[in-house]
Design a protein around this ligand. Structure first.
Ligand SMILES: NC(=O)c1ccc[n+]([C@@H]2O[C@H](COP(=O)([O-])OP(=O)(O)OC[C@H]3O[C@@H](n4cnc5c(N)ncnc54)[C@H](OP(=O)(O)O)[C@@H]3O)[C@@H](O)[C@H]2O)c1
Length: 260
C-alpha cells in the first residue's frame, strides 16, 4: 500500500515547527519531532497521535551542540522512510552587534545556519539517489533587511535563502524539491525577547504555515506568505539575474579606472 513519507521537523516543540507537525500529521504523515524541550515534544506527540493516528517519534536534541547535530544527522541518514526534512529550528539574540556576546552569536550561527547546512547535507545524497524527497528551510523576510540592525540573524537567514535556492538549482533536476519559506512577523514565542508594546503587527502562525504549505504543494522555490504583491519578488529576481550577467567582464568598470 502507498504510504506517505515520514517528516522530520526541527524546532517542533512550539510555534511554526509545532504547527507544521500538526498540519503534516493531519495530512497523514508519520513524524519525527526535534527540539530541546522533551516535555513539550512529548505533549505534542501524544496529542498528534491521539488526534490523527499517525506515528510520532521524538528526538530531543540541542542543535547548537555536536552531539545534538550528530544524532539528527544519523537519523536522517539511516531512516529511509524520512522523505521530508523541515529545517525550522531557529532563534534570535537581543541587543545589537556590539552588545551581543560572541558566544551567543556563535550559537546563533550554529543553530540558524550550520544546522540547516548539516541536516540538509545528511539527507540530500539519499534523496538525490532516490530521485525524490523534499527539504523545507525556514528563512525570514529579514534576509532582505541588512539595515534593520539584526545583523547576524539577518546574515543567517540570507544564508538559508541562498543555500535553499542553490540546492534547488542543483538537486531540482535530480527530483529533489527544496523550498525556502520567508516568514515576516508571526505570532510565536520568538518574540518573547521583545517587549510587547514594541512588537510589530503579527500574522497568526496557522495562517503562515497554511500559506507556506500551499507554496509547498505548488513546488514554489521561494514562498513569502506575508508578501501581497508577488511582482516585487519577481522583479528582484529579474534584477538579480541581470546584475549577475553583468559581472562577466574582464575589465574593471569605468568608475574604478583612475583618471590618468
Ligand atoms: N515568528 C516569526 O516572526 C518569524 C519570522 C521569520 C522567521 N522565523 C523563523 O521561524 C523559525 C521558527 O521560529 P518560531 O517563530 O516558531 O519560534 P519559536 O516558537 O521560538 O520556536 C523555535 C523552535 O526552535 C527550537 N529551538 C530553539 N533553540 C534550539 C536548539 N538549540 N536546538 C534545537 N531546537 C531549538 C525551539 O525548541 P526548544 O526551545 O524546545 O529547543 C522551538 O521549537 C525560526 O527559524 C525563526 O527564525 C520566525
Amino acid at each position: 500500500m502507498f504510504s506517505k513519507s515520514k517528516v522530520l521537523i526541527t524546532g517542533a516543540s512550539t510555534g511554526i515547527g509545532a504547527t507544521y507537525a500538526q498540519r503534516f500529521a493531519e495530512r497523514g504523515h508519520d513524524l519525527v519531532l526535534v527540539a530541546r524541550s522533551v516535555d513539550k515534544l512529548e505533549a505534542n506527540a501524544a496529542e498528534l497521535r491521539q488526534k490523527t493516528g499517525v506515528s510520532v517519534d521524538i528526538l530531543p536534541a540541542d542543535l547548537t551542540t555536536e552531539a545534538g547535530l550528530h544524532a539528527v544527522e544519523a537519523r536522517l541518514r539511516d531512516d529511509a522512510s524520512i522523505g521530508i526534512l523541515v529545517n525550522n529550528a531557529g532563534s534570535n539574540v537581543g541587543g545589537t552587534f556590539v552588545t551581543q556576546s560572541i558566544d551567543d552569536l556563535t550559537n546563533l550561527v550554529t543553530l540558524n545556519a550550520t544546522s540547516v547546512l548539516r541536516l540538509s547535507h545528511a539527507v540530500a545524497p539519499r534523496f538525490a539517489e532516490k530521485g525524490e524527497g523534499s527539504i523545507i528551510n525556514i528563512s525570514s523576510a529579514l534576509a532582505f533587511a541588512p539595515e534593520w540592525q539584526t545583523s547576524v540573524y539577518t546574515a543567517t537567514k540570507s544564508f538559508v535563502l541562498l543555500l535553499s535556492q542553490s540546492l534547488q538549482a542543483e538537486l531540482g533536476p535530480k527530483g529533489v524539491y527544496v523550498q525556502a519559506v520567508l516568514p515576516a512577523a508571526t505570532r510565536t514565542e520568538i518574540w518573547n525577547f521583545v517587549d510587547e508594546d514594541k512588537r510589530p503587527p503579527l500574522m497568526e502562525v496557522s495562517e503562515l504555515v497554511d500559506a507556506a504549505l500551499v507554496g509547498f504543494d505548488r513546488r514554489e522555490a521561494v514562498t513569502i506568505p506575508h508578501l501581497h504583491d508577488e511582482l516585487r519578488w519577481q522583479t528582484l529576481e529579474t534584477v538579480r539575474q541581470a546584475l549577475l550577467q553583468d559581472t562577466g567582464h574582464t575589465t574593471a568598470a569605468s568608475r574604478y579606472l583612475e583618471a590618468k
